[in-house]
Write a protein that binds this ligand. Structure first.
Ligand SMILES: Nc1ncnc2c1ncn2[C@@H]1O[C@H](COP(=O)(O)OP(=O)(O)O)[C@@H](O)[C@H]1O
Ligand SMILES: [Mg+2]
Length: 249
């Protein structure tokens, strides 16, 4: 299988505290891998290691066949994008959406006018109001803000997107819509996705593969369908048992 991302022996630290222990993980091209675990298990930290935002780590990150050094290239940051759980923290309230969405492209040398045209297409694709680019973040609902955050991530035409609890702050009906949109966009653009969640129902719905993290240690990996049919580890079984039965009948 052709890998988009390969992690070898990843260890990570905050000060003296180690929070990831020898994590080995691969994500195939055009696959969606669900990274599950309890709060504090180290999922966001692993995402930070991938994107080069956490300096105190060891091990090897290989992206599309290239070993990554301490500093990622501009091309890496074009190809790899992230969406976080809380759009309020990632959308600057002082700026219009148009500015927020085009800043990344402008930094890369695209003219503001061209960037605006590209953003308008994305806004339409995300079923957002036509005047979205002229408005400020506060005038949107939580679900809309999360679709704006997704639009921003797609502006640079990435190959690999990390979604860190992208629907956890949303109501269930709004969550459904966001998940459907992610699935459509993934098909249209052939994206590879690292999908972080604690919600096994969501993971089962959207992921091809799964990786289970517990206290910074990877417990098991494999195809999602195989995991849900029969987890390999006691911890995997425990996680499944904690999910309301009804979702799996
Ligand atoms: N900025 C930070 N400084 C110190 N410790 C942190 C920081 N961020 C996370 N941690 C700790 O690292 C561990 C893993 O956290 P995190 O990666 O955020 O887990 P998850 O995303 O799975 O909830 C937790 O024990 C958390 O308290
Ligand atoms: Mg997290």
């Amino acid at each position: 299988m052709d890998h988009m991302l390969e992690l070898r022996d990843i260890c990570a630290y905050y000060g003296d505290k180690q929070v990831l222990f020898d994590v080995d993980l691969v994500i195939g091209k055009h696959r969606t891998l669900g990274l599950v675990g309890e709060s504090g298990s180290g999922r966001s930290t692993l995402a930070r290691v991938v994107t080069g935002l956490l300096k105190k780590s060891t091990g090897t990150v290989v992206f599309d066949g290239e070993v990554q050094g301490a500093k990622r290239s501009a091309e890496f940051y074009r190809r790899v994008q992230m969406v976080f759980q809380n759009p309020d923290a990632s959308l600057n309230p002082k700026h219009r959406i148009g500015t927020i969405l085009t800043d990344g492209m402008v930094i890369q040398g695209v003219s503001r006018a061209d960037a605006m045209v590209r953003c308008r297409e994305l806004i339409t694709r995300m079923d957002l109001p036509e005047d979205t680019l002229e408005r400020y973040p506060r005038s949107f609902s939580g679900g809309q803000k999360q679709r704006i955050a997704l639009a921003r991530a797609l502006c640079t035409d990435p190959d690999f997107v990390i979604l860190d609890e992208p629907t956890s702050a949303l109501d269930v009906s709004v969550q459904r819509r966001m998940l459907d949109l992610i699935k459509e966009i993934r098909e249209e653009r052939g994206l590879t996705i690292l999908f972080i969640s604690h919600d096994l129902g969501v993971i089962r719905d959207i992921c091809d593969d799964i990786a289970v993290l517990r206290h910074g240690v990877l417990q098991e990996t494999g195809e999602s369908a195989a995991f849900f049919a029969s987890p390999k580890t006691d911890y995997g079984r425990e996680l499944l048992k904690a999910v309301p039965r009804i979702e799996y009948e």
